[in-house]
Design a protein around this ligand. Sequence first.
Ligand code: FES
Length: 67
Amino acid sequence: MTEASAPDVIVCPGGPVLLRGDHVVRDENGGEHHTTRPVSAVCRCGKSALKPWCDGTHKLVPADKKP
Ligand code: FES
């Protein structure tokens, strides 16, 4: 897979969604957040203290509660 054909949205099983490149993420309150890194991780478990971004807390979520 070449860089040009690689997906820019990747769902990590039990973890975040990875966004490559420039994106705007709308949070649950309607706030918009622009990605600032080459790859940004968006929380899917709802437990991050840095929402909408993943802070790694999903690793502590029991397997049956992971996204
Ligand atoms: S997916 Fe990583 S903290 Fe929620």
